[in-house]
Unconditional design. Structure first.
Length: 148
């Protein structure tokens, strides 16, 4: 399902709708940082359950997993991109749908403007081909993900 609308839109939906429930499930499954990833691994392997049981047997109320998870999430936060706005999505779709051998300066500036907003970065347009390929590659992947 395509979750390109902003979070406020989904939060305003009736909580009983399928669209809201699917968005909520998707939103909650996204890892905020390394702590969430560790939690997913320990849950899948059964380590988390064993640690909680051991803590109970030793008389502890809490095994400390949640506190560690939050601390790791703060230290090693994943950079989640912002959602594309509709005009940005349209511009990027049209940009990537055209076969081209050159990119104009205004096109490069627009690409970097969108990239910086979405990824909370401060990159400047540059004649460096490697930098351009990195930025345009991420934007192309993000555009394709929004289409799915």
């Amino acid at each position: 399902m395509d979750f390109t609308k902003d979070e406020a839109y989904y939060e305003s939906l009736d909580k009983r709708t399928k669209e809201y429930k699917l968005w909520k499930e998707w939103h909650q499954s996204q890892s905020e940082g390394f702590g969430d990833t560790i939690e997913k691994v320990t849950e899948a392997t059964g380590i988390k359950k064993a640690v909680k049981r051991a803590a109970e047997l030793l008389g502890y109320d809490d095994c400390g997993c949640d506190a560690r998870k939050e601390k790791l999430n703060k230290i090693f936060r994943y950079r989640k991109p912002e959602c594309l706005e509709e005009d940005e999505f349209v511009w990027l779709s049209e940009f990537f749908d055209k076969s081209r051998t050159r990119v104009t300066v205004p096109e490069q500036e627009r690409m970097f403007q969108i990239y910086n907003r979405v990824f909370k970065d401060q990159r400047e347009p540059t004649p460096c081909l490697g930098c351009w390929k990195e930025v345009s590659g991420k934007m192309k992947a993000l555009t394709q993900a929004h289409r799915e």
